[in-house]
Ligand binder design. Sequence first.
Ligand SMILES: [Zn+2]
Length: 445
Amino acid sequence: MTKIIDQCTTLDNQYNVTNSINLANELIKLEITDTHKLISFDIKDLYVNIPIQETINIAQKRMAKNNDPQKTQQIIKLLKVILEQNYFSFRQQIFQPTQGVAMGSPISGLIAELFLQHFEEIHLKYILDAKKITYYTRYVDDILIIYDSAKINAQDIDTYINSIHSNLKLKITHEEQGSINFLDLTITRNQNKLEIDIYRKPTATDTTINFLSNHPIEHKMAAYRYYIDRMHALPLDESKKRKEWQTIQRIGKNNNVPTQLLKKLNKRMQQKTRPPTDKKANEIWATFTFHSPKIRAVTNIFRNSNIKIAFKTAETTQKIIKPHRQNPTSAYEKSGIYKLTCKTCKKAYVGQTRRNLRARHQEHTRYIKNNDPRSAYALHILNNKHEYGTMEETMTLLKSIDKQTLLLPTEQLYIQTLHGNNELIPEQIPNEPNPLFEPLQIPHL
Ligand SMILES: [Zn+2]
């Protein structure tokens, strides 16, 4: 769908930059004067502020220009369905905001672009033509502007840009001593030219995958491959390049990467001209889980084939920190085998239910209150004058079961297991143990 809309709306990305390397190479060619100044804007909470209906209207207008009415209508209808699926649940409640596109949805980026490029088209051409602003570029929600301070001041730009749309709030950053940080670049005015350096956020920890950890070497070196590639691709002068190479080696050292290995990688990447990014048509990728380097005994078989190997690791942080989906209340909404414990003698009754546990507990309680020994549990409480309790105090889900045919045999298995552990109320003790269940005894009960 994203692809189709992208094709139909034909966004021209006129004021966009695809990455910092392209931006840097563009910037160093610019001629500036000493009245030129740099500012950047950061769009606040872009995704959550996109007005849905308005953006659909923008998309519709664009599409109508290049497509027949029927196609436009059908695609807009689908787009509406997608964008209105922006509900989410939080603490068992469901919310649906009136604006905003879903974070992480594959279509959100395009929708944001549709919205922003619409306003760039309306407003930017005029300002750029008036030559008050010399340069404008945007990367997603970050904007870089070079303006002529002899013709306009930053305050006016700020006021103007913030008045374009009530959903667009932009935060301005001014240059400091002729320098501004934008994306991963530090851009500095030096007479009538701009100079580029690599910018690392003060919060950057410089932590990469530790070289001593159990990861495939490809993963461990990926960060360094990226750093070294960027170092060569950016138009850095010799001293800045040297400084960056020192930084890369220091980061490597802190993460136990052998310096020799980095030097080898650097040499190899220097010799290699930047490879074309288009993939070979007959390449197939296969993913293997990397438990230890021994996996290469298998993957090396494909070395001279058109099958490319990628690795994933099994022990992820997500696996450790992910909260358990099951919350304590929801067990009572399930059907299956349950246990009811007597508050006085601590012995238990095992039951099965096709409905949820909550409803079944209410029934047992009603039997007891009505002096009706219809279940073995009610009989036990009534005969012995033992104490019964609330659902939370006495009822436990032993096994959730949806398949009806499994209810009875599973119940029997649990009755026998509890009986074997001397945990069952005498009113429920089975006549004869079923030998079929002997090998199945549940150890943790
Ligand atoms: Zn009891």
